[in-house]
Each structure stands twice: as structure tokens, then as C-alpha cells.
Design a protein around this ligand. Structure first.
Ligand SMILES: [Zn+2]
Length: 142
């Protein structure tokens, strides 16, 4: 009863719904609805519910979308950093250690942000599973 009333207030309160930019919420790793509660409970685990607005985030799934962005962007950045560090004639072990640390820290950091942005964009655009309209399935007919 209280949750239903709270959701109804959020839907009718223009200050709380739609006022949060999905990019701001994503960059700050905050709740896509209120922009105040933390999105993550752990390093990359999305919380079941927002502690501020009680948004149910248990069904939220960014899929593999964030990983491909991180792989492409971090791969390019790592290559540039590797070429830059190579110009200093560092020992190979130091170059490798620097790149391993950069890749490890950068991938977790970028994955948190990209995943949060994708979740916020999905919430903002009300993305969901596709459904057939009506019962008239035209597949197989020619
Ligand atoms: Zn929230």
C-alpha cells in the first residue's frame, strides 16, 4: 500500500520523474529514477532496490552492451599509453606492469560507468522486451 502510494507520487511528481539526465545518473553511478541512491551495492553488482526512491532494480540487466564499449575504448587507450611509455625505454617488465595495472583498474572503472549509463538510458526510454502486437503472426506466410 505504501509502496503503491509512493510509486504513484513519483509518477505524478515532475520533479522526481524524468528530471534526472540518464547521462548524469550514469556517470555518477546513481539510481536512474531519482539520481540520488547508489546504483551499485558492490563493485559491479546492481542493488535490488534504490534506498532513496525504492525503485525495483532486480530485473535490470545491461547485458553485454557495456563490455564491448569498454573493450573497444580501453583497447585504444591502452595501445596509446603503451606506445607513449615505450618511448621512454622502460624495462619490459615495467612497461608490462604499468599496462596490466592500467587495464585492470580502467576496465572496472569504465565498466561501472558504461553499465550505469546503459541502465539509465534503458530506464529513461522505458526499454523492455519486444512483444508482438495482436495475435496475427505473419511469419511463415508468403
Ligand atoms: Zn532512486
Amino acid at each position: 500500500m505504501i509502496d503503491a502510494q509512493r510509486d504513484e507520487n513519483l509518477e505524478t511528481d515532475p520533479e522526481q520523474l524524468g528530471s534526472v539526465s540518464p547521462y548524469k545518473a550514469g556517470l555518477k553511478c546513481k539510481c536512474p529514477r531519482c539520481g540520488k541512491g547508489d546504483l551499485y551495492g558492490g563493485l559491479l553488482d546492481v542493488q535490488d532496490r534504490c534506498e532513496v526512491c525504492d525503485l525495483d532494480m532486480s530485473a535490470v540487466d545491461a547485458g553485454d552492451g557495456a563490455q564491448i564499449f569498454v573493450i573497444m575504448a580501453l583497447g585504444a587507450l591502452t595501445t596509446l599509453l603503451g606506445l607513449f611509455l615505450y618511448s621512454f625505454n622502460l624495462p619490459k617488465w615495467a612497461l608490462m606492469l604499468a599496462l596490466i595495472v592500467f587495464i585492470s583498474a580502467g576496465s572496472v572503472w569504465m565498466l561501472r560507468i558504461f553499465k550505469a549509463i546503459l541502465i539509465a538510458l534503458a530506464f529513461y526510454h522505458e526499454a523492455g522486451q519486444g512483444q508482438l502486437v495482436g495475435g496475427n503472426d505473419k511469419r511463415g506466410q508468403q
